[in-house]
Design a protein around this ligand. Sequence first.
Ligand code: TXA
Ligand code: MG
Length: 325
Amino acid sequence: MKTEISSDIAAASAWLKQGETVAIPTETVYGLAANALNPDAVLKIFEVKNRPTFDPLIVHIGNMSHLEALVKNVGDMSQRLAASFWPGPLTIIFSKNEIVPDIVTAGLSTVGIRMPNHSATLELLQTIDFPLAAPSANPFGYISPTTSLHVYEQLGEKIPFILEGGSSSVGVESTIVYCNNDDCTVLRLGGIPVEAIEEVIGKKTMVSLHSTSNPSAPGMLSGHYAPRKRLVIGDPEELLIKYSGQKAGILSYYRSYPTPYIEVLSPEKNLSTAAKNLYHSMRRLDSSECEIIFAEWVPDEGLGRAINDRLRRASLGSASHTLKV
Ligand code: TXA
Ligand code: MG
């Protein structure tokens, strides 16, 4: 199948209306989208990504009236979070209406919904009368794409169309929250910092991350977002000595190191810039000639928590989990 990369929204819309999959830009990462209300179209997402069907998808909407059609009731706290952060990198879990097919939610009675903050995709959502189910547009388990070229490199020839939308401005996936009447739980750290959520709801959240053992987030596998190469986290200087026989690549927060394979996430120590660059830098190291990747932690606050979470998962998902480091 020939894959077209274009900013033609009408063409993207036409493919989606025919029940095809289309890669869409969002502010977090590119998604692989299909009509969320058409189970045959959604099945294609799982096939193209090689994604297990027990891993539920996020549904993307372009306006609030779609939310009411998809979910049973919007609680007070969820309402406040949506009003504060949509469009934006926050996915909220709701009780789903029957209209949402089981394949979207992996059979769960809940559905994750967000309104993405990207002008092309918001415009696309206005031209169709259905919401879009979309996981990140990468093969299951690999690093998420933040440019159309990343999508093309891995899913080219498998999908008809990639909607061009530049580089993703946030660079890590959405934060996922679930709220009941009294409390909110963060199920995945992401583009909205936990502190910002706590400010809106006026109380502390619980943070309950991962894993296959957590039935409310079956897809949060700990070894996710992983490069092919082994990724070890620690002090790069110490690691350079410890693994001195190997050609090392370094993923650093702000410093430079004496190796030809170096990616500095943000020389000015800005966590938003670091998040924006994270996956792109990981990909460059993964496709460079280095043999092993050393990454350093960033400050564990704000967006830094999401970055550290992705580094941790990348190290678990890469070959390193077989070795004690
Ligand atoms: O930023 C993002 O969220 C990107 C863009 C494309 O929107 N999407 C994304 O989707 O990261 P994906 O499929 O890579 O991650 C979605 C995760 C699932 O793995 C699952 O853990 C969680 O969202 N999820 C989806 N529905 C859920 C539900 N009903 N309950 C709990 N977790 C859910
Ligand atoms: Mg993903």
